[in-house]
Design a protein around this ligand. Structure first.
Ligand code: PEP
Ligand code: CO
Length: 446
């Protein structure tokens, strides 16, 4: 019996689903996944919904960052720590600058599946199935690796579990203690963004010593909440991990705290919108430049019929040249509906380009410009610019062009590691955080 209609999606068109290599194995894996423990718990999910509700009232800011596509190979302690560190450093810059609580959320522990514009990829004479993320097939361009292997769903679960274990350890086991703000910057101190960070860290140190002297020893300063999120894409993964909460009896996606629906799968009559409308998690929806006012109204009615604060987040990804024109009417639509969604800017996905030497990249200047546009629109409308969604890594890669390190096309050839979209590196991420902090201050002055 499915009183919540969770399986209704089976009657609808589900875009971006892989054709698996073996139905028998798929059946076994789904059964196995359904018996595994949840990755996140309903109580945590409810806490996040409350945090997002506060942010949507202007009482907070959401920072969501991580890989475009996580990989099994990169789920190492060092790389996970570097990403957490980068998010923590950005959060410090934002909190220090704006005096707003910052909700930290990784694109982590579940971001293993990717929607693709084309089902196949051609290199020279060879055409193979497109890479759909490590939860589906391998990045290596060989027929064997590009097989859609259901067992990878189990690997995605296991890798998410070990990633989450490390996240929980790092954020509650002393590493995220505000007395350690200097440590997060170690090894990076000779570039401009990190120098600027260091001066904030000194101020925070002084404040911490002052509080020590006063005898204040608050737990909030020693650990931090950290939530995980991913695009809800693969039903063969999400359905077995959706569970009824033992207290409320309601369905929760236990694959991550926050689930977003991508630009390619947000059709109102499609399987994704229907499925996620039935779980209690806070939901995100990506909105690209072709989104109409009616789309926003319809999405609100379907995903947030009760106009529940914290339920819905719109993640706009318009492109630097479009955001100032396209975003205002979507905000107006939400206002007319009576909903109070959180508005987040994703300044990455509308600003893709390919360099002359063949790299998928983004210009840091375009990323900054879209962020500026986002703040300008919200200032002019009197609404709260509620968050930032970025693809980043804590490592010293060169994938996006520009920034104060002035990464150029030649450098991409030396330090490009992403298997999907280009990410901001550690320094570019910090630079962006400083810009956003300044914009938040500017907004609060108005
Ligand atoms: C992504 O976030 O990696 C992505 C594919 O985004 P969008 O759905 O906005 O294109
Ligand atoms: Co991406």
């Amino acid at each position: 019996m499915d009183q919540f209609g969770l399986d209704n999606y089976l009657k609808l068109e589900a875009k971006q689903q892989p054709t698996w290599d073996s139905d028998v194995l798929l059946g076994e894996v789904k059964q196995d996944l359904a018996t595994q423990p949840p990755l996140v718990f309903a109580g945590e999910v409810d806490t996040l919904r409350n945090r997002i509700a506060a942010a949507s009232r202007g009482e907070g800011f959401v920072l969501q960052g991580g890989d475009c596509a996580e990989t099994f190979a990169d789920a190492t302690a060092d790389r996970i720590r570097n990403r957490i560190k980068t998010v923590l450093q950005m959060a410090v810059v934002l909190m220090y600058g704006s005096s707003l609580p910052v909700v930290k959320m990784g694109r982590m522990a579940g971001q293993f599946a990717k929607p693709r514009s084309s089902d196949t990829e051609t290199r020279g004479e060879v055409t193979l199935p497109a890479y759909r993320g490590d939860a589906v097939n391998g990045y290596e361009f060989t027929p064997e690796s590009r097989v859609n292997d259901p067992y990878r769903l189990m690997q995605a679960y296991n890798t998410s579990a070990s990633t989450l274990n490390l996240i929980r350890a790092f954020t509650t086991g002393g590493f995220a203690d505000l007395r350690e703000v200097h440590l997060w910057n170690k090894g990076f101190t000779d570039n401009p963004a990190n120098k600027r960070y260091e001066s904030i860290a000194q101020d925070i140190d002084r404040a911490m010593r002052f509080m020590d002297a006063c005898g204040i020893d608050a737990n909030e300063l020693k650990s931090t909440e950290f939530f995980v999120s991913h695009e809800g894409l693969l039903f063969d993964y999400e359905r077995p991990l959706t569970r009824l909460d033992s207290r409320s009896g309601e369905p929760y996606a236990t694959s991550g705290h926050f689930i977003w629906i991508g630009e390619r799968t947000r059709q109102l009559d499609g399987a994704h919108v229907d499925y996620f409308s039935r779980v209690r998690n806070p939901l995100g929806v990506k909105l690209g430049p072709t989104t109409s006012k009616q789309d926003v109204l319809d999405l609100i009615d379907k995903l947030d019929p009760n106009r529940e604060p914290g339920r819905l987040t719109f993640i706009s990804r318009m492109g630097a040249g479009k955001i100032r024109d396209e975003l205002p009417r979507l905000i107006e639509a939400a206002q007319e509906s009576g909903a109070t969604p959180l508005w987040i800017t994703d300044p990455m996905h509308g600003n893709g380009m390919t360099t002359a030497n063949g790299y998928k990249s983004r210009r840091f200047d375009d990323v900054m410009d879209e962020v500026m546009g986002f703040f300008e629109v919200h200032r002019s409308m009197g609404t709260h610019p509620g968050g930032l969604h970025v693809e980043l890594t804590g490592d010293d890669v060169a994938e996006c062009l520009g920034g104060s390190e002035q990464i150029d096309e030649e450098t991409l050839a030396e330090r490009y590691e992403s298997v999907c979209d280009p990410r901001l590196n550690h320094m570019q991420s910090l630079e962006l955080a400083f810009l956003v902090a300044e914009q938040l201050v500017e907004t609060s002055r108005k």
